[in-house]
Design a binder for this molecule. Structure first.
Ligand code: GDP
Ligand code: MG
Length: 666
């Protein structure tokens, strides 16, 4: 059987999914973390469970709502688990009522019961089961309480195909008459497409054109429906959407009045309000944010990360030396020796040593995210983002983009307006992704020893500044109009759970290691090959006779005005298209030096101004292949993705040129 998890954002869906399946999905105290649907298998059974994105309503405003609705209507799960946040029950039940009209077996998992009880609240589960006509199971996903009861109830309900017993939420009166009239008109059509007629009726009353087409209504029927709706609007004195919303809220209010004893204002909420007095304060919010991010960078690049990276580099160098020695003693063929030591060890090794920097950075970012702080930042940023034509919603994808553009671009699915979504997709690559950290650190250490931190910060802010300029241009040209209003729930501050922080770090580390041993590995071997042989496949003594040099020289003139028109730098940039870490890996191979020596070897290739312009170019030029693929997918057009690549390369060229000229002058 297949079950679907459907609920509002941030109601503990992923936590429950993990508890049910034993999976390790990322949990965040941050609305909009789950964008794709994920599938898992319930422990000790072979029933599948699908983690759908969190939504507030089944109206297709955002991509996520469309994904969820389509899944429920087309894939027809055997049962729905509707998670209801017990601390937020009124708002959560709004979606529940919509789900009930779908006529699919359903179970309500009343989550966060620990928090509700802890603050003196309670729910009369029996009464609620009766009022809503579906089983209600109180659980605490985080404490794994009530999970087995939930599974038992779920299996029972699904096996018996027990449909929701209650679906009339309308008291007698104009709304009731309208809904029932429309239901009767479309009865045969709804049966034909096999969707609940009550659900279709609601959608038609709400005026969703899609359903008119789906049900293939005749002109006459459409008019009949329209007349009933107008009559209802007239009698109620409200428009159609407001009427239905009002009906649902009234029903929910009644249920809550009967079944729920409200908690006193929770400790968590009081604490959150106190913290927010400072953190979202009108004047303090932005300075505090800058200070916190500064501290994160400082701790990452100057304290823990740098130290751990050095240690790892040292270990890798030791290992390289050992391997070198053993291979020499064994008397292995010199070409193979060169492949292993100059190719693989220098290439992959120089990338690997940056693993700690990335893991440490994500350690801090996940602390901030899990605590609920990042949701505040999105809220605070709304005002600033509006100035460049975006809303606070866009902050989430961009923030994720600092880790990796691919999930960042995918997270734009949470945006409801197409305009905001496209604009955010185009801007996310300007948020410098973590794969570029190795490039920055090597260059900063080589050319600005002792001043690595300011260089890092300048690069990150430089990327954002260029993004802002691009956004302003887009706002004036291709994306005129206004961003949609920003509404986002601010979750209570929570102590980040160690499990979820460790999990995120592990995910990042795994991802990095995977890339290092696949894409980067292949790229280094290829670079090594092209650099070791000449066009007639003889081993070269001087690498400037190699195939790589010949190829590099072809495009090098394009980069000459930027100060790095040498074939070696050009090939590093080209290999960076596979993955940005490959830039450093390529330098490792080309210069044939270990991790530790890369810093001292680079000044033989670059001057300080050309290093700066190279950094600027790396910061801004084309996103890596994976990110371009994501852009292509999300914009649904290969040409537009190509346009993004070209645009970014042009922007990078212009900025790098300016940096180089200024550098030379200084
Ligand atoms: P989703 O957005 O619906 O997937 O929600 P998540 O699973 O990401 O959880 C949102 C937040 O609620 C996280 O900070 C969880 O730790 C927290 N949470 C989830 N379940 C419970 C619960 O049963 N009790 C409490 N107190 N917190 C929970
Ligand atoms: Mg989630």
């Amino acid at each position: 059987m297949i079950f679907a998890l459907a609920c509002n954002q941030n109601s503990g869906k992923t936590t429950l999914f993990n508890a049910l399946t034993g999976a390790n999905q990322h949990v965040g105290n941050f609305p909009g973390v789950t964008v794709e649907q994920k599938v898992g298998v319930i422990r000790d059974t072979d029933h599948q469970i699908v983690d759908l994105p969190g939504i507030y309503s089944i109206r297709p405003y955002t991509q996520e709502e469309i994904i969820t609705r389509d899944f429920l209507l087309k894939e027809r799960p055997d049962a729905i688990i509707n998670i209801v946040d017990a601390t937020n029950i009124e708002r959560n039940l709004y979606l529940t009522l919509q789900l009930l009209t779908l006529r699919v077996p359903m179970v309500i998992a009343l989550n966060m019961m620990d928090e509700l009880r802890g603050n003196g609240g309670s729910v009369d589960v029996q009464k609620m089961t009766k009022a809503l006509g579906v089983p209600v199971v109180p659980i605490s996903a985080i404490k794994k309480q009530g999970i087995s009861e939930l599974v038992d109830t779920l299996l029972e309900t699904a096996k018996e195909k027990r449909l929701p017993a209650v679906m009339d939420f309308c008291p007698d009166g104009p709304v009731h008459r309208c809904i029932h009239a429309v239901s009767h008109i479309i009865e045969d059509h709804a049966n034909r497409v096999n969707i609940s007629r009550r659900f279709c009726a609601m959608k038609l009353i709400e005026g969703e054109q899609e359903f008119c087409d789906l049900l293939q209504l005749s002109q006459n029927e459409v008019e009949l429906i329209e007349h009933s709706v107008i009559e209802m609007e007239y009698e109620r004195g409200l428009d159609r959407n407001a009427t239905l919303a009002d009906m649902r809220y009234n029903f929910v209010e009644n249920v809550c009045r009967e079944c729920v004893t409200k908690a006193k204002e929770s400790k968590e909420h009081q604490r959150s309000v106190r913290i927010d007095k400072v953190l979202t304060n009108r004047y303090l919010a932005i300075p505090v944010f800058v200070a916190i991010m500064g501290l994160v960078f400082f701790l990452t690049f100057n304290v823990f990360g740098a130290w751990l990276s050095d240690l790892l580099a040292y270990a890798i160098d030791g290992l390289t030396m050992l391997a070198d020695d053993l291979l020499s003693r064994y008397g292995i063929n010199p070409v193979v020796h060169s492949l292993i030591i100059d190719g693989i060890f220098s290439g992959v090794g120089s990338v690997l040593s940056f693993l700690p920097l990335i893991v440490v950075l994500f350690f801090f970012l996940s602390l901030l995210e899990d605590s609920g702080y990042m949701a505040r930042v999105a809220f605070v940023m709304d005002k600033l983002l509006r100035k460049i034509g975006l809303s606070g919603r866009s902050f989430v994808p961009m923030l994720i983009g600092f880790g990796c553009s691919v999930p960042g671009i995918m997270a734009t699915r949470t945006l409801s307006s197409n305009r905001d979504r496209k604009m955010t997709i185009l801007l996310t690559p300007y948020m410098s992704c973590s794969a570029k950290i190795p490039i920055y650190s090597v260059f900063a250490a080589a050319f600005f020893p002792g001043r690595e931190l300011p260089v890092m910060i300048a690069l990150y802010f430089g990327g954002m500044a260029v993004g802002v300029v691009i956004a302003l241009i887009m706002k004036k040209t291709a994306f005129q109009g206004n961003p949609v209003p920003f509404v986002m729930e601010l979750p209570n501050y929570r102590l980040p759970s160690a499990r979820s922080v460790v999990l995120l770090m592990w995910e990042k580390a795994k991802d990095f290691l995977q890339r290092a041993f696949t894409v980067i590995f292949v790229a280094t071997v290829l670079i090594w090959f092209l650099q070791t042989f000449d066009p007639r496949l003889n081993v070269v003594t001087d690498s400037s006779d190699s195939i790589l040099a010949a190829l590099g020289r072809l495009i090098a003139p394009v980069f000459a005005p930027l100060g790095f028109g040498d074939w070696r730098m050009v090939t590093a940039l080209v290999s960076g298209f596979t993955a940005k870490e490959a830039v450093v890996g390529t330098f490792g191979v080309i210069l044939g030096v270990g991790t530790d020596n890369l810093t001292s070897a680079l000044p033989s290739l670059f001057t300080t101004p050309s290093a700066c312009s190279f950094l600027a170019f790396c910061l801004l030029y084309t996103p890596c292949a994976a990110a371009v693929a994501a852009i292509r997918r999300e914009l649904n057009s290969g040409w537009k993705a190509l346009g993004v690549v070209i645009l970014q390369c042009v922007v990078a060229w212009i900025v790098a040129f300016a940096v180089y000229r200024v550098g030379v002058l200084l």
